[in-house]
Design a protein. Structure first.
Length: 302
């Protein structure tokens, strides 16, 4: 296997020199699952060997927004780089400034029409690193679930408020409106309820239609019903098709007044629709490791 450095530009938060966040779980899985490359993780550019000419560089777009000039200088050390922008929910990071012919860019939370022209792959949020600890394959595969639907989370903006109005009228579900992020039930109870639910409504986050809940629902063997947009003013259409290149195999809500009808259709199609979504999800997750090899092969061939 070919060795490759990974630089977590903002710095690592674990002893293995990686950054393990909810937004990095799928990326770390891709590094571990890539069959052609073995990755050595570095916390910041200072740990990168002086003679290194290539690397994967992971940049936290939101938290490193004011460090673009420094990032440019750091990237100037390398002949080629795969740059992965994470955590930029508002789409403010000027990733286009980093692009040249010897670099490729992946972008998490891309804004439709803004990032696709220079990013080779678009990424969703993913789920927290500890989520697999709270479930088993048997629970994920269950069809006889006690709740038709569940939602445990914050009601913090207009899209979630509109969704909550509809959920409060639905039967045979579990609704817990939390005061703050991760301030509801403990982690095991949270996932136990999700694993006992068929459908999970997924209203948007504050800056993007995506949220942890979409990936959590898919990973738990639920069918998510996801938001088409978010509260940002004049947010463009087509987020999910922009991410995947096609409409994914789960319902997308334009207006949350559509939820009762969408829920009825989803329950009629259960569990076949869940099985289709789960198989697709596992394949799409595994694709990240393939993309790594393909993009690194391309860059190293130049």
């Amino acid at each position: 296997m070919t060795e490759m450095n990974v630089v977590w530009h903002e710095g690592a938060n674990r002893p293995d020199n990686r950054c393990w966040l909810g937004i990095t779980k799928l990326l770390n899985d891709a590094f571990d699952g890539c069959k052609k490359y073995t990755f050595t993780h570095r916390s910041t550019m200072k740990e990168l060997p002086a003679d290194a000419t290539e690397a994967v560089v992971v940049i936290h777009g939101e938290q490193e927004l004011t460090r673009v000039d420094e990032i440019q200088r750091d990237l100037g050390r390398l002949k080629r780089a795969l740059i992965i922008i994470i955590g930029d929910e508002t789409g403010a990071f000027p990733a286009g400034r980093l692009m040249n012919l010897d670099r490729k860019i992946w972008y998490q939370f891309p804004t439709p029409g803004a990032h696709a022209s220079y990013s080779s792959h678009q990424l969703i949020c993913g789920y927290p690193p500890d989520m697999p600890d709270f479930m088993t394959p048997e629970k994920i595969a269950r069809v006889d679930r006690g709740f038709d639907w569940s939602f445990l989370g914050q009601i913090t903006h207009e899209r979630r408020q509109q969704c909550a109005v509809q959920m409060r009228q639905l039967k045979n579900g579990f609704l817990l409106e939390n005061a703050g992020f991760w301030q509801g039930l403990d982690r095991q109870k949270y996932y136990d309820i999700m694993l006992n639910s068929k459908i999970v409504p997924c209203p948007s986050g504050p800056g993007t239609p995506d949220s942890f809940r979409v990936a959590e629902a898919l990973e738990a063997g639920c069918l998510p019903i996801v938001d088409a947009t978010c509260p940002r003013s004049r947010y463009p259409e087509g987020f999910w098709k922009n991410i995947f290149g096609y409409n994914p195999p789960f319902p997308i809500i334009n207006e949350w007044s559509e939820l009762p009808a969408a829920m009825a259709r989803a329950l009629e199609g259960w569990p076949a629709n869940r099985d289709t979504a789960y198989a697709w999800w596992q394949h799409w997750k595994a694709s990240w490791a393939v993309w790594l090899a393909e993009d690194l092969d391309y860059l190293r061939s130049r």
